[in-house]
Design a protein around this ligand. Structure first.
Ligand code: AMP
Ligand code: MG
Length: 407
C-alpha cells in the first residue's frame, strides 16, 4: 500500500482534476437564494438614481443662503413626487427624506434649523448651510456598471435584496449538481425497520445526504449497494450515467470483505488512498464514466469529516462555486488532548470565549470515529497538525468552527 497523503495534498490532487459544470440556467430572482452566480453581475443603474434628501427639511442654494435669510417656499418634493420647477435664489422647497433634490438647490437644511412663518409661506434660516448638507448623491450606494456579484458567489439573502434594488428580476446560475449516495455493508438497516441481532442503522446515507442538501445539491438516495459483484457493478454503472458524482461510504479500508473495491477497479479508474488524517484514513477518489467517485470510510464520524474536509471543496469547484477561505481561530486548550504524530487530527471539541474574552477549547468527549454523539456535542474541530503530538493544557490549537455542512 502506498504512503499516506497529507490532507492538503489529497484535496489538491482532486481539485486539479475537476472543472466546473458548464451548464447554467436563468431563474427568477426570488428563486436565486443559495444558487451559484454563473457570471459577474453589473449594476444597470445608479443607486440612488437621483440626488435625494437624507432628512426632512428644506432644499436651498447654499451659496446664496445666510443665517437670517427668509426664503419663500415655492413647492414640495416628497418621496415619489419630485418638485418639477426650478428654484431661484431667495426660494426654497419643502423636502422629505428620500425625495429628489430639486434642480437649482444643493443643500438641505433640516427642519429643526429653521422657523416657519405664521402663514407657512416662508422660513427663516437659523443655522449656517453648506453645499451638500444632508444630500445622498446619485450612485453613492452603487454606481452604474459596477460589479455587484462575482462569478461563483453563492447568493445569500443580502445578494437577493441588492439585486432587487438594481431592478434585476432574473439571474443566471450554475445548474444544480446531482449526487448519488450509496451505503455499503450487510450489517446496515434503514431507519424505520426493526434491528436484528448484529445489525446497525444506516446513518451515513442520511448524514451525507443532509450535508449535500446544505450545498443545494440534488441528492439521489440509492440505498445500500447489493452484496453481489455483478449487482454492484450494475448499480454503480447506472448511477454514473445519471449523477455528477457518486458517494459511497464503507468498504474502502484494507481487508474489507465486500465487493465495492473489486467493482470500482473493474469499472473505472479509482485510486484507493490513505489520507494522513484522523478520523478518516481510507478514502477513494476517481471516475466512473461521467461521474466523479468519492469513497468515504464507513465509520460515521470519519464519513462526516472526509465529506467536510475532502469532498466539500471538490464539489464546490464542480458546482462552480468560488471557494471561500475557511475561518480558522486560535484557541487555548483548557485540557490535555491526546494526539500521536503522523496524521492530522480533526478532534471534536467545544470552543467558547471565557470571562476575559479569551478563546478556549475542550474535547467534546470520545474521539472514536464511530461515536456520532460527540459530533453532536461539538461546535468545531481542533485541527491538530500532522506532526504534532499530545497537546498540553494552555497550548494554542487551531479551531475550525463547524461549516454549514455540520451545523
Ligand atoms: P467499513 O469501512 O465498511 O468496514 O465500515 C467501518 C465501520 O463503519 C463499521 O463498523 C461499519 O459497520 C460502519 N458503517 C459502515 N457504513 C455505515 C453506515 N452507512 N452507517 C453507519 N455505520 C456504518
Ligand atoms: Mg463495510
Amino acid at each position: 500500500m502506498s504512503a499516506m497523503i497529507p490532507v492538503a495534498e489529497a484535496v489538491e490532487r482532486m481539485l486539479e482534476r475537476v472543472t466546473r459544470v458548464v451548464q447554467t440556467e436563468i431563474v427568477p430572482l426570488a428563486q436565486g437564494l443559495g444558487r451559484i452566480c454563473a457570471k459577474p453581475i453589473q449594476s444597470p443603474i445608479d443607486v440612488p438614481g437621483h440626488d435625494n434628501s437624507a432628512m426632512d427639511g428644506y432644499a436651498v442654494r447654499a451659496g446664496s443662503t445666510q443665517v437670517g435669510d427668509q426664503p419663500v417656499i415655492v413647492g414640495t418634493s416628497a418621496a415619489g413626487h419630485p418638485y418639477s420647477g426650478a428654484v431661484a435664489a431667495g426660494q426654497c422647497v419643502r423636502i422629505m427624506t428620500g425625495a429628489t433634490v430639486p434642480t437649482g438647490t444643493d443643500a438641505i437644511i433640516i427642519q429643526e434649523n429653521v422657523s416657519v412663518s405664521d402663514d407657512g409661506g416662508s422660513i427663516t434660516i437659523n443655522e449656517p448651510v453648506r453645499v451638500g448638507d444632508n444630500i445622498r448623491l446619485r450612485g453613492a450606494d452603487v454606481s452604474q456598471g459596477a460589479t455587484v456579484i462575482g462569478q461563483g458567489e453563492r447568493l445569500n439573502p443580502v445578494d437577493i435584496g441588492l439585486l432587487a434594488s438594481l431592478g434585476i428580476a432574473e439571474v443566471e446560475v450554475q445548474r444544480t449538481l446531482k449526487v448519488a449516495v450509496f451505503s455499503t455493508g450487510d450489517e446496515l438497516v434503514s431507519p424505520g425497520q426493526p434491528l436484528q441481532s448484529g445489525q446497525i442503522y444506516d446513518s451515513n446515507r442520511y448524514l451525507i445526504g443532509a450535508m449535500l442538501q446544505r450545498l443545494n445539491i440534488e441528492v439521489m438516495d440509492l440505498g445500500r449497494l447489493p452484496d453481489n459483484l455483478e449487482a454492484i457493478k450494475g448499480a454503480l454503472t447506472d448511477a454514473s450515467t445519471q449523477a455528477d458524482a457518486i458517494i459511497t461510504s464503507g468498504g474502502v479500508s484494507v481487508g474489507d470483505a465486500d465487493y465495492t473495491k473489486q467493482a470500482l477497479e473493474a469499472l473505472g479508474e479509482v485510486g484507493f488512498w490513505k489520507v494522513a488524517m484522523k478520523p478518516g484514513k481510507p478514502f477513494a477518489f476517481g471516475r466512473l464514466n461521467q461521474a466523479w467517485f468519492f469513497g468515504l470510510p464507513g465509520n460515521p464520524v470519519a464519513a462526516a469529516v472526509t465529506m467536510d474536509q475532502l469532498v466539500q471543496p471538490v464539489l464546490a469547484k464542480l458546482a462552480g462555486e468560488q471557494q471561500q477561505a475557511t475561518l480558522q481561530l486560535s484557541a487555548t486548550s483548557a485540557e490535555a488532548l491526546k494526539k500521536r504524530p503522523g496524521r492530522a487530527d480533526f478532534q471534536r471539541i467545544c470552543y467558547w470565549q471565557d470571562e476575559h474574552g479569551e478563546l478556549k477549547l475542550k474535547s467534546a468527549g470520545s474521539q472514536s470515529s464511530g461515536v456520532l454523539s460527540t459530533l453532536k456535542l461539538a461546535n468545531g474541530f481542533a485541527a491538530i497538525e500532522q506532526e504534532r503530538g499530545k497537546v498540553e493544557p494552555g497550548e494554542s490549537v487551531t479551531v475550525l468552527p463547524f461549516s454549514k455542512l455540520l451545523r
